[in-house]
Design a protein around this ligand. Structure first.
Ligand code: ATP
Length: 615
């Protein structure tokens, strides 16, 4: 299930939301100041032309219809054409400019958010579901664009239009204008209430959208498991439940969004009726001219559209601010695992790896004791005072029961996690004192869950070293015993392998991963051996490929099947997050400890079972 984002309560008067608004302007809108100034000028033209067209009603009615003055007929008609021409051109240019800024906000924020997220610690991705993260890119950033575009148009064109039109109204008949504006504040209260409800609905919709994206991703990725366990109905039911909840929320949104319009419409009708009744009487009594009256009515009616848009603008801004808050919360998360100030690159050397009293637990980092400065070990520590060495150029195997901490050890070497105590060293240097990039460059990881992208075979291998030539990629594939099956694919190296490489067999995927590692040519190799048994032929091909890969490198291998590591130079046995035994295969068998026990379990040597554990 996706992590639920905070329910965001934002009021435009909050100090926090003003700060947020400032940040949106500073970070996202300011780079486009030039275009916005031009858009602003166009908005002034649109507003002025709108007011002018209302004002033109005055000479039109008085001179043409009342006084029947033919000399002004063409003049007024020409003025109307000119006014509408200016208004149309300015409206188009303004729309395009504001649209550009809105779309730039989307593109800039998406690129910035992705760059930031991809550099954040691995832990963040385990705490949140990818669906939730994806919904920030779509739902939230779109809400931000909407808010920016609406706010700009609202605050520029609509406000100016209203001001200019109100000026025309006051110019034509100030008393009538005052009466009209008595009604306006009445509409403010219900619209405010509806705005609040809209915000709640929007926050809940965002949550459910995130949950649905998560469920869909899980469903499509786990399609084999779903089918094999016959879970189709169950999964469909879960999606249906969510879809229904989304429907209810969206429908509530529709109801809440639909309400302000009729309210404003009705109140607008009341205002127009009041104007007609009172203004008509004043014309009949001769206090004002019919031209001024019609000009007034035109200005009132024309003010209605921008006022309506302004009524919605707070809702849009609120939604946008709530979204911006969620996006900025992510952008503000600083990675904990980063280069120390002044860190230099790790010198490229043979690549001995050493763990020195490493302590680590998942979740919150352990706090150092105020008095002693020592880091306490959480009772559920994944690694507890782990010390061992993987000598340069040798094969070091890690074995132990499931959950003993072997994968955690492997995760600490590329600094996916940093130890809470002790240190991890490569070539005698604490890896926290050199650059992250140089540490990761010195490592090649081949894990049991091979990650492949929906791209061509050649590009998938090239992830090992992006600047490798086609010939280098092919040479790596040959060394990994992958060339034969690749050339047999429909388009050879250019074959697209499908999402997660679903069009390849498990053994083929592994060989692509090995080719990738060969191409990377890193001095240290981290191997998480496949648990699933492959057929003998695939197994032999993979073992051969691995032999080539391991040659001359420092290899640390997690061995699930002890048969594969009997010739390892040194074996460290893990149990409960500690190293409990170390030595060669023969030495460890001689010790008759945990290793000998695991060995007996796997090979059924008849030795009495010491503990019921599986590797
Ligand atoms: P296996 O052979 O089954 O892969 P392992 O020896 O590699 O096991 P680890 O994966 O290192 O064991 O796990 C060590 C401990 O840390 C286990 O108790 C596990 O539940 C816990 N653990 C592993 N990964 C995480 C994680 N991402 N978040 C929280 N706890 C974790």
């Amino acid at each position: 299930m996706a992590n639920k984002p905070d329910r965001t309560k934002i009021s435009l008067t909050d100090e926090a939301s003003i700060t947020l608004l400032r940040r949106v302007v500073r970070d996202l809108v300011r780079p486009y100041t030039g275009r916005l100034i031009l858009a602003g000028l166009c908005m002034v033209l649109v507003a002025a032309a709108t007011a002018a067209s209302a004002w033109l009603m005055d000479p039109m009615v008085n001179k043409i219809f009342v006084e029947k003055d033919l000399s002004v007929l063409w003049l007024v008609a020409g003025a109307v054409v000119a006014t509408f021409f200016v208004k149309s051109v300015a409206a188009y240019v303004q729309e395009v400019l504001v649209g550009y800024v809105g779309q730039r906000v989307v593109a800039d924020t998406q690129a910035r958010l992705y760059r930031h997220l991809i550099n954040l610690d691995l832990g963040l991705f385990q705490d949140r579901h990818s669906g939730t993260l994806i919904s920030h890119f779509t739902f939230d950033i779109n809400a931000m664009r909407n808010a920016v575009a609406n706010a700009l148009v609202g605050l520029g064109r609509d406000t100016l239009s209203v001001i200019f039109l109100v000026a025309v109204m006051f110019y034509q008949d100030w008393l009538l204008a005052c009466i009209t504006f008595v009604v306006a504040p009445l509409s403010a209260y219900p619209i405010r209430q509806l705005g609040k409800r809209m915000r709640r609905v929007s926050a809940e919709t965002q949550e459910e959208m995130g949950a649905m994206t998560s469920l869909l991703t899980q469903g499509f990725q786990g399609i084999r498991m779903i089918k094999s366990f016959g879970l189709e109905e169950n999964e469909t039911g879960r999606i249906q439940g969510l879809v229904e909840r989304l429907f209810q929320l969206n429908y509530r949104g529709v109801r809440v969004k639909a309400a302000p319009q009729p309210i404003i419409d009705f109140l607008g009708g009341v205002a127009v009726a009041a104007v007609i009744a009172y203004g008509g009487a004043r014309v009949i009594e001769g206090h004002t001219s019919p031209g001024a009256f019609f000009s007034f009515i035109a200005a009132t009616l024309m003010a209605y559209q921008p006022l309506r848009a302004l009524g919605k603008i707070t809702t849009h801004i609120q939604e946008g601010l709530a979204a911006a808050q969620r996006v900025f919360a992510l952008i503000d998360q600083a990675p904990q695992i980063k280069d120390a100030p002044g860190a230099g690159p790790l010198p490229r050397a043979a690549g001995a790896v050493k763990f020195d009293a490493v302590q680590f637990s998942y979740g919150a980092p352990a706090e150092a004791d105020d008095e002693t400065g020592e880091v306490g070990i959480a009772p559920d520590a994944a690694l507890n005072n782990v010390s061992f060495e993987a000598p340069a150029g040798k094969v070091t195997a890690l074995v132990g029961p499931s959950g003993a901490g072997k994968s955690t050890v492997l995760s600490m070497i590329p600094r996916f996690y940093d130890p809470a105590g002790g240190c991890v060293m490569v070539n005698g240097l604490d890896i926290r004192t050199v650059t992250l990039e140089s540490v990761r460059k010195a490592l090649a990881i081949v894990s049991q869950d091979v990650v492949l992208f929906d791209d061509t075979v050649i590009n998938n291998i090239r992830f090992g070293r992006l600047d490798a030539s086609d010939e280098e990629v092919r040479a790596a594939a040959r060394a990994a015993a992958a060339d034969d099956f690749i050339t047999a694919l429909p388009n050879g190296y250019e074959t697209v392998i499908g999402e997660q490489g679903t069009r390849l067999s498990g053994g083929q995927r592994q060989r692509l991963a090995i080719a990738r590692a060969i191409l990377k040519d890193a001095p240290i190799l981290l191997l998480d051996e496949a648990t699933s048994a492959l057929d003998t032929e695939s197994e032999r091909q993979i073992q051969d490929a691995l032999k080539i890969l391991m040659k001359g490198r420092t290899t640390i291998v997690i061995a699930h099947r002890l048969s594969t590591i009997q010739h390892a130079d040194v074996i460290h046995v893990f149990d409960g997050g500690r190293v409990v035994e170390s030595g060669s295969h023969d030495e460890l068998i001689g010790k008759a400890g945990l290793y000998a026990h695991l060995h007996a379990l796997q090979f059924g040597s008849g030795e009495p079972a010491r503990r019921d554990r599986s590797v």
